[in-house]
Design a protein around this ligand. Structure first.
Ligand code: PAF
Length: 281
């Protein structure tokens, strides 16, 4: 497994592989890898000849009062895990390498980037689309793999690729959950045992919505009201948003007859967690 820290080396290594006719898959990550990330790596391995994983805690997607400096950095463990999965290349640049002094160019998907998490995290998706564009230019993957847990991120990246004619296929893989339902996240490591227990209500509220939907309920307002009632029983969980939206436009829908995405974000203590489920007809 080759580890590249500079854009020049990574670009050259990926170009050489593609010139050999290899289908190159990219799994962009911020490290602190868990089974969710590894499921993306396995999907990439099954669909591509060579797999690159980027590990970069991207400062431009964190707000000034968010957890950029605290975000877990576990490079040695990540490297071992990726080695075991048979990954070919790791791209682990420094912040200075990715954002040299004076960088002032950003990529924004207007209209989508201020929905869901974008509402309470202004600038977050602009940071994501900027860094993902840069990774696509540096690595030139044939396919890139993202997790459904960040459903808004996936929708925004799909839209960016479409609008800017980026020659990369986007594959979105299902959420990986702990046995008790908690969606895997690098931020789960911030939770103490009591908070972790409280956090289970997020998945439970989504499961209740799925159940009501299965029983024929189609009103978004009624579905959301039920979920909010469940969440209100857990004062240690502070809801940021609970929305039912069109999975492509991220616009709220009043009625789920044609399917929808149910997405939530909540603070458990100071940890912000997200989760979602699709409602498929
Ligand atoms: O999903 C993430 O971990 C990040 O948002 C990504 C896509 C690696 C960009 O920094």
């Amino acid at each position: 497994m080759k580890i590249c820290k500079t854009i020049h080396n990574m670009h050259a290594a990926c170009r050489a592989l593609r010139h050999e006719g290899k289908r190159l898959g990219l799994v962009p990550t911020m490290g602190a890898l868990h089974e969710g990330h590894l499921s993306l790596v396995r999907a990439a391995n099954s669909q591509c000849d060579v797999v690159a994983v980027s590990i970069f805690v991207n400062p431009t997607q964190f707000g000034p009062n968010e957890d950029f400096s605290r975000y877990p950095r576990t490079f040695d463990r990540d490297r071992e895990l990726l080695d075991k999965e048979g990954v070919d290349l790791i791209f682990a640049p420094s912040v200075e390498e990715m954002y040299p002094q004076g960088a002032i160019t950003y990529v924004t998907v207007e209209g989508l980037s201020d929905k869901l998490c974008g509402k309470s995290r202004p600038g977050h998706f602009r940071g994501v689309t900027t860094v993902v564009s840069k990774l696509f230019h540096i690595i030139e993957p044939d396919v890139a793999f993202f997790g459904q847990k960040d459903a808004a991120q996936a929708a925004i990246i799909r839209r960016m690729v479409r609008d800017l004619n980026m020659p990369v296929e986007i594959v979105v893989c299902p959420i990986v959950r702990e046995p008790d339902g908690l969606a895997m996240s690098s931020r789960n490591s911030y939770l103490d045992p009591q908070q972790r227990q409280s956090a289970l209500v997020l998945h439970r509220s989504l499961m209740r919505i799925r159940e009501l939907f299965g029983n024929g309920e189609r009103s978004s307002a009624k579905l959301i009201a039920t979920a909010k009632e469940i969440l209100a029983g857990w004062p240690s969980v502070r809801l940021d948003y609970f929305e039912i939206v069109n999975p492509d436009t991220l616009e709220s829908v009043d009625n789920v007859s044609h399917g929808a995405l149910v997405a939530l974000a909540a603070f458990v203590g100071s940890t912000r967690l997200i989760d979602n489920i699709p409602l498929n007809v």
